[in-house]
Design a protein around this ligand. Structure first.
Ligand code: T1G
Ligand code: NAD
Length: 710
C-alpha cells in the first residue's frame, strides 16, 4: 500500500476487504489541502490494492465533513483541487460508500455525492450552503445533485443553502439508506458488507437519470430553472452568486456532465473573485469570533434556570417571549395589576399571531404560558438566577428598581439592565453588589432581533459576563461585548450617521432620496424609514435629554423636532417622515414634510443643493465607519469585527458587504479618510477623522489587521 501523505488528518485501514478511510481534522473535518491529498491517496491506494473490494469514508468527531476549508478562500489555490478529488472518488473501480453523521455540507456533501452509495444516521444535516458564503457548489454539486434528486429539488437546496435532515435526504434521494443506530462506523461497515454480498456495482451520480428520464422530465426541469431564475432575480437583492447557481444547474440539464463541470468551475471562480464572497466569509467568521469575549475564556457561567423581567412594555414583553421560546420559566414584575395584565397581553399577542399563521397550536401556547408568572411584588424574584430590567429610560426609576432587586434577589443572582443609553456604572454603583450588574441591550422586537449587546461595566465579575454570553446562547442571540458609553456600540454609531443624514437633508437632499440611496446600497430601510418604525418620540426624548450637554457650536438639525412637535412619530401615529394611510407599514412621501424641510432650510439660511446617490452613500458610510473606528479606538468595541457583527445583526447592514468596517477595508481606508477630510471643509467639528483611522492609513494597515482573537 503506497505511503499516506496526510496520515495526521486522513487515516486508512484495511478492515477485511474494506478500506476504511477516516477524516480526522478538527474541529469540523474541513477539506483542507492535507485532507484533499489524503483522500486522493486513499482512492489511488484502493484501486491499486487487490485486497480492497470496497471503500468506506467516514468522519471522526461530530461531523462527516463541513465543507471546503473556508479559510483557504481568497488565497492562492493549493492542489489537488476538490473537483479533481471528487472526480477521482467517482472514478474509483471499487464501490465507495460515504457514511454520514453530523454535518455533510458544501464540499462535504459533494464528496459524498462523488461516492457511489451513501448512508446517513439521525442527526445528520446535508446541504450545499455555499450561497451563504457568496459562492456556489464548486466540486460537482451543481451537476451531480440535479442528476440525483431532480432540478427543482436541487435548485431549492442550493439556492436556499438550507440543511436537510437524514429522513428528508433519503426521501430526496440524496442518500440511499438510513442507519438506525447512532454508531456511524458500524452502520457504514454493515452497509458496505451488504453491498459486497449483493455484488453491487460502482454507480456514478454523473450517470444518474433524474434529469432526463424522457422529454417530459426535461421540460419540467427547464421549467424549474425558468421559475428559479425569475424568483431569484426578484429576491436576491443584489446578491451575485444565486443567478450563477441557476445558470450552472441549467447546464446540468442542457450539457454533458464534463461540459457542465467546466461551466460550474468558471462560475465558481467568478464568485470567488466577487467582493461579496469576502464580505460573507468575513461575516461567517466574525459572528463566531464575537462569542469569544476575554471574560468567557476562564470564567464559568452561573446558573440560568429561572429568569425575571421587570417591566412588561415593548421590550420587557419581547424579552419574556425570547426567554419562553428558549424553554425557560420567566417571572414578570410590573408596577400595578393593569400594567401586568398589559404585559401578559403583549406576550400572548405574539403567540396568537403565530397561531393565526398556523405556526403554533393553541395547546402549545397554553403550555408555553404555564412557564410565565407575573407579580407586582418584587419578592416574587427571590429565587431567580438572572433578572433583566426593562422599565422607563430614566436613571432614577432604574436605580429604584435596582434597589428593590438588591433587597430581594438571592446572592449570586445576575442583575441586568436593558437600558439603551444610560450609564450602567451609575446603576451598578447605586447598590450593594455592583459586581453582579451587567447591561443586556436587546433590540426591538426583542424576541426576533438576534443582536444582544453585552455591556460590561467597570466593576462586573468575569463570571457575570460569562453568564450573559451563556444566556445569549440559550436565547439564540448573537452577543457582542461592549463597553459603557452613551449608546454603547450600535446606538452611538447610529446617532452619528443619523446626524450625517439629517445634515444632507437640511442641505438639500430629500429624506426620500436618502432612504432610496441607502436601500440601493443594500439596507432593508433608510434612516428616515427606521425612525418612523421605531417611533420618532424615542429619539426626540434622547435629544431633549442631551440638550443640556450638547456642544452649542455643533450643528443641530431641527427638522425631526418639527415633526415630533406635531405628534408625527411615524407608523404608530400614522405619519412621521412618511404618510401611513390606514395603518399601512409602507409609507408614502409627504409633501407637508417637504414643506417643513424647506421652511427649516430658510430658517437656517441654507440654499439647498443637489446630492447624487453616490455622494449620499459616501457621506453616510464615512460617518458610520469613522464613529465605528472611534468605538474601537476607545475600547468600547474589542475589534472592528465586533462593530461589523453589531451592524449585521442589529441594524440591517447588508451581510454581503461584511459590515461597515469590512466595507471600509474593501473601499480602502485612504479613500474613506480622504472623504472625511473633504467633508470636514464644510463642518470640521462633525467630521473629525478618528485617530485610529488616521493611524491605520499612516501605517498602510486596515481594520482587518486588528481583528485578532480578543
Ligand atoms: N472551514 C473552516 N472552518 C470551519 C468550517 C469550514 N468549512 N466550518 C466551521 N469551521 C470552524 C468555525 O469557524 C469554528 O471555528 C469551528 O469550525 C466550529 O464551527 C467547494 C465552496 C459545520 C454546522 O458553509 O455551518 O464547501 O470559532 O462554531 O455550531 O463547494 O460550522 O472554533 O475557531 O460553527 O457546531 C461550505 C460551514 C463551505 C459549513 C458546525 N460549508 N460550517 O456548527 O460549530 S464552502 C459550510 C457550519 C464549500 C465547495 C464549497 C458550521 C457547522 P472556531 P461552529 P457548530
Ligand atoms: P415601555 O414604556 O414600553 O415599557 C416600560 C414598562 O416599564 C412599562 O410597562 C411600565 O409600566 C414599566 N415600569 C415602569 N416603572 C416600573 C417599575 N418601577 N417597576 C416595574 N415596572 C415598571 O418602554 P420600552 O420601550 O419597553 O423600554 C424599556 C427599556 O428598554 C428602556 O430603558 C429603553 O431605553 C430600553 N430599550 C428600548 C428599545 C425600544 O426600541 N423600545 C430598544 C432597546 C432598549
Amino acid at each position: 500500500m503506497p505511503p499516506n501523505p496526510s496520515a495526521d488528518v486522513v487515516t486508512r485501514e484495511l478492515r477485511g476487504k474494506v478500506l476504511l478511510v477516516t477524516i480526522d481534522h478538527a474541529p469540523v473535518n474541513a477539506l483542507s489541502a492535507d485532507v484533499r491529498r489524503g483522500l486522493l491517496a486513499a482512492i489511488e491506494a484502493a484501486d491499486a490494492d487487490h485486497a480492497v473490494e470496497a471503500v468506506l469514508i467516514v468522519g471522526a468527531g461530530r461531523n462527516f465533513i463541513a465543507g471546503a476549508d473556508i479559510r483557504e478562500f481568497g488565497k492562492p489555490p493549493v492542489p489537488p483541487s476538490l473537483p479533481d478529488v471528487c472526480n477521482r472518488i467517482e472514478a474509483c473501480t471499487k464501490p465507495v460508500v460515504a457514511a454520514i453523521h453530523g454535518a455533510a455540507l458544501g464540499g462535504g456533501l459533494e464528496v459524498a455525492l462523488a461516492a457511489h452509495y451513501r448512508i446517513a444516521v439521525d442527526g445528520a444535516k446535508l446541504g450545499l450552503p455555499e450561497v451563504q458564503l457568496g459562492l456556489l457548489p464548486g466540486a460537482g454539486g451543481t451537476q451531480r445533485t440535479p442528476r440525483l434528486i431532480g432540478a427543482a429539488a436541487a435548485l431549492d437546496l442550493i439556492l436556499s443553502g438550507r440543511h436537510a435532515g437524514a429522513k428528508e435526504a433519503l426521501a430526496l434521494g440524496l442518500v440511499d439508506r438510513l442507519g438506525s443506530s447512532g454508531d456511524i462506523l458500524a452502520e457504514g461497515l454493515a452497509y458496505v458488507h451488504e453491498l459486497l454480498a449483493a455484488h453491487a456495482p460502482v454507480r456514478r451520480a454523473r450517470d444518474a437519470a433524474a434529469l432526463d428520464d424522457g422529454a417530459a422530465d426535461r421540460a419540467a426541469s427547464l421549467a424549474a430553472v425558468a421559475t428559479a431564475r425569475a424568483e431569484t432575480a426578484k429576491k436576491s437583492r443584489g446578491l451575485f452568486s444565486p443567478l450563477k447557481i441557476v445558470e450552472a444547474v441549467e447546464a446540468a440539464i442542457e450539457q454533458p456532465f464534463d461540459e457542465g463541470l467546466r461551466l460550474e468551475r468558471k462560475l465558481f471562480l467568478q464568485c470567488i473573485d466577487s467582493p461579496q464572497r469576502a464580505g460573507l466569509i468575513h461575516a461567517f467568521f466574525a459572528e463566531r469570533e464575537v462569542l469569544k469575549a476575554p471574560e468567557t475564556r476562564n470564567a464559568k457561567p452561573r446558573a440560568l434556570d429561572r429568569i425575571g423581567v421587570v417591566g412588561g412594555g415593548t421590550m420587557g414583553a419581547g424579552i419574556a417571549v425570547a426567554v419562553l421560546d428558549a424553554g425557560l420559566p420567566v417571572t414578570m414584575i410590573e408596577r400595578d395589576d393593569e400594567s401586568l395584565a398589559r404585559g401578559r397581553a403583549h406576550i400572548e399577542k405574539v403567540y396568537d399571531g403565530l397561531i393565526a399563521k398556523g405556526r403554533l397550536g393553541a395547546e402549545k401556547k397554553a403550555d408555553i404560558m404555564t412557564r410565565w408568572s407575573g407579580s407586582t411584588s418584587y419578592d416574587a424574584l427571590a429565587d431567580t438566577d438572572l433578572v433583566i430590567e426593562a422599565v422607563f429610560e430614566d436613571l432614577a426609576v432604574k436605580q429604584a428598581v435596582f434597589a428593590e432587586l438588591d433587597r430581594v434577589c438571592k446572592a449570586g443572582a445576575v442583575l441586568a439592565t436593558n437600558t439603551s443609553y444610560l450609564d450602567i456604572d451609575a446603576i451598578a454603583a447605586s447598590i450593594s453588589r455592583p459586581a453582579d450588574v451587567i447591561g443586556l441591550h436587546f433590540f426591538s422586537p426583542a424576541n426576533i432581533m438576534k443582536l444582544l449587546e453585552v455591556v460590561v461595566p467597570t466593576q462586573v465579575k468575569a463570571d457575570v459576563v460569562a453568564t450573559a454570553f451563556e444566556l445569549a446562547k440559550k436565547l439564540r442571540k448573537t452577543p457582542v461585548r461592549a463597553g459603557v458609553c452613551d449608546g454603547f456600540i450600535g446606538n452611538r454609531v447610529l446617532a452619528v450617521y443619523r446626524s450625517a443624514a439629517d445634515a444632507m437633508m437640511e442641505d438639500g437632499a430629500s429624506p426620500y432620496q436618502i432612504d432610496a440611496a441607502v436601500r440601493a446600497f443594500g439596507f432593508p430601510m433608510g434612516p428616515f424609514q427606521v425612525v418612523d418604525l421605531a417611533g420618532g418620540d424615542i429619539g426626540w426624548a434622547t435629544r431633549k435629554r442631551r440638550a443640556a450637554t450638547r456642544n452649542p457650536s455643533a450643528r443641530y438639525v431641527q427638522i425631526a423636532d418639527r415633526l415630533c412637535e406635531r405628534g408625527w412619530f411615524g407608523q404608530k401615529t400614522g405619519r412621521g417622515f412618511y404618510l401611513y394611510p390606514e395603518g399601512s407599514r409602507s409609507g408614502a412621501p409627504d409633501p407637508e414634510v417637504e414643506a417643513i424641510i424647506d421652511a427649516e432650510r430658510a430658517r437656517a439660511g441654507i440654499t439647498p443643493r443637489t446630492f447624487t446617490d453616490e455622494e449620499i452613500v459616501r457621506r453616510y458610510m464615512a460617518a458610520m465607519i469613522n464613529e465605528g473606528a472611534n468605538v474601537v479606538h476607545e475600547g468600547i468595541a474589542l475589534r472592528p469585527l465586533d462593530v461589523d457583527v453589531t451592524f449585521l445583526y442589529g441594524y440591517g447592514f447588508p451581510r454581503y458587504r461584511g459590515g461597515p468596517m469590512k466595507y471600509a477595508d474593501t473601499v480602502g481606508l485612504p479613500t474613506i479618510l480622504a472623504d472625511i477630510r473633504e467633508f470636514a471643509k464644510e463642518d470640521p467639528l462633525f467630521w473629525q477623522a478618528s485617530p485610529l483611522l488616521v493611524d491605520l492609513v499612516e501605517r498602510g494597515a486596515d481594520f482587518a489587521s486588528l481583528n485578532h482573537t480578543a
